[in-house]
Write a protein that binds this ligand. Structure first.
Ligand SMILES: *Cc1c(COP(=O)(O)O)cnc(C)c1O
Length: 458
């Protein structure tokens, strides 16, 4: 059985005693974050044979989820239940678009909120509901800079026993994203915070560690929850099987903010996915490429505002997992206790910062050259791939991940390309939806009071 440990288990001399227990997936999922502020990590990563991976060729996406799920949850979720869960979670298409010679775009934008976050959110909500003891209540807190919130909100909408609170920074999400967040309704409420995304994330993280709130059964649906990260390994395995010859190493480019998506790829590599290099391009929030270059870590504070707004993160929360798996330790404030094995990291990971000018230029060039429409996040991914190809003279197969649908950024696309991206069904009819956010100052005390005030009306 796979057990889960906290990345802070060996830390000493801080306010919170290190959490030394090894717990089950169910416990880690429902706790969200470890009580010592660390993130949960599997103590063992199961190995999936190449033949099982290759056998996914031509299979529907949910088959890959079933395969990975069998290794991670097979001991507690019977096969028939697991199959029902993944078939229901993954009821939409996952296009792999050939762009140039053996260069592909993996479009993870066909879920209900048109971002890749639907993949993890839909599986996690179903697992949480499956694992929640009868009669118990759970409050899910989620900080978002755009897409996480609506993906989580939609995925949990109507799930019995669970209330969801979505915190987002005032003025930093697009009008369409704002409408998506404010109008989910029912057991899902949005809170608009005076501050940046990092402030939202800090409010949520503090609430989890606050002993006064322990009775509220708070949990996280951010990518600090291991239940969000594990499902994000699945599409790498599935898409590999669709485009690569068995055993052939592949490059993935993953546009990164909090690094949860990229960590899914790191896990897939350790499960046995033949990966030549994991590319983790960022926007102007360049703390990670700078770490690889200089060997010292400095978070970007405050985070820089870029058009790829879901990646405006100055201190990625899943960096703690990358540090841990490469032998280092970093806490949630960005203080490094032990550096990871940077040599090893540089061998396996490539990272580069892509600013807004390059992002826009990439959107234009890719459209002119290939007739393919990218949105800002996917453009950061594609530019990262191009930079790598140039620097390394690599000519083998590569997949760049498109994390959102271009129709979520119509103004930007229209001003750059003069075309209106077609709107997928999931984004239609937003204008008719009603709902207002609850305003919140960035102050922790008022957030705490709000949470203590009780359940949602109705
Ligand atoms: C969340 C998000 C990202 C960044 O993913 P991380 O897992 O936080 O690195 C990239 N693109 C889009 C569209 C997103 O919503």
């Amino acid at each position: 059985m796979i057990r889960y440990y906290s990345t802070n288990r060996f830390r000493t001399g801080e306010g919170f005693p290190p959490f030394r227990q090894m717990i089950s997936f169910r416990e880690a999922l429902l706790m969200g974050q470890a009580p010592d502020g660390g993130l949960f990590m599997p103590d063992r990563i199961p190995e999936i044979s190449l033949s099982r991976i290759a056998a996914l060729k031509g299979e529907p996406y949910w088959r890959a989820a079933q395969l990975v799920g069998e290794y991670f949850w097979g001991d507690s979720v019977p096969a028939a239940d697991l199959e029902a869960i993944v078939r229901e979670a993954y009821n939409f298409e996952v296009p792999i678009e050939p762009v140039a010679d053996r260069r592909y775009l993996l479009r993870l934008d066909r879920g209900p909120t048109a971002s890749f976050k639907d993949f993890a959110a839909r599986l996690m909500s179903r697992l949480m509901s499956y694992f929640l003891p009868e009669g118990e209540k759970l409050k899910v807190l989620v900080a978002t800079s755009g897409d996480t919130g609506s993906a989580i909100g939609e995925a949990f909408k109507g799930v019995a026993g669970i209330e969801v609170y979505i915190l987002y920074p005032d003025g930093e999400v697009s009008p369409r994203q704002k409408r998506q967040l404010d109008t989910i309704g029912g057991n899902v409420r949005s809170l608009v915070v005076q501050g940046k995304f990092d402030d939202c994330q800090n409010l949520v993280k503090r609430a989890f560690l606050d002993p006064d709130l322990a009775a509220l059964n708070l949990t996280s649906a951010n990518s600090i929850n291991i239940g969000r990260v594990l499902p994000q390994s699945i599409y790498y395995i599935w898409s590999y099987a669709q485009v690569a010859r068995a055993g052939e190493p592949l490059v993935f480019s993953v546009p990164s903010g909090n690094f949860g998506n990229a960590f899914g790829c790191e896990l897939a590599r350790r499960m046995g996915l033949p990966l030549r290099r994991l590319l983790m391009p960022t926007n102007a929030n360049d703390e990670f490429p700078e770490l690889l270059k200089s060997g010292s870590y400095r978070k970007v504070e405050p985070s820089r505002k870029c058009i790829s707004n879901a990646m405006n993160v100055g201190h990625p929360s899943n960096l703690a997992r990358f540090f841990d798996i490469y032998g280092g330790n970093i806490d949630r404030t960005g203080e490094v206790r032990r550096l990871p094995d940077l040599e090893e990291m540089r061998k396996r990971i490539f990272s580069v910062a892509v600013d807004d000018r390059q992002t826009r230029q990439t959107i234009v060039e890719v459209y002119q050259r290939y007739g393919v429409i990218l949105e800002p996040h996917g453009a950061v991914g594609w530019k990262g791939l191009e930079t790598y190809l140039q620097e390394e003279g690599y000519a083998g197969p590569a997949i760049s991940v498109e994390t959102a649908h271009p129709a979520k950024f119509p103004e930007e696309i229209e001003s750059l390309l003069g075309v209106h991206p077609s709107v997928p069904p999931s984004l239609r009819g937003l204008e008719g939806r009603k709902g207002e956010p609850i305003p919140l100052s960035g102050d922790y005390g008022s957030f705490k009071d709000f949470l203590l005030a009780g359940d949602l009306p109705g």
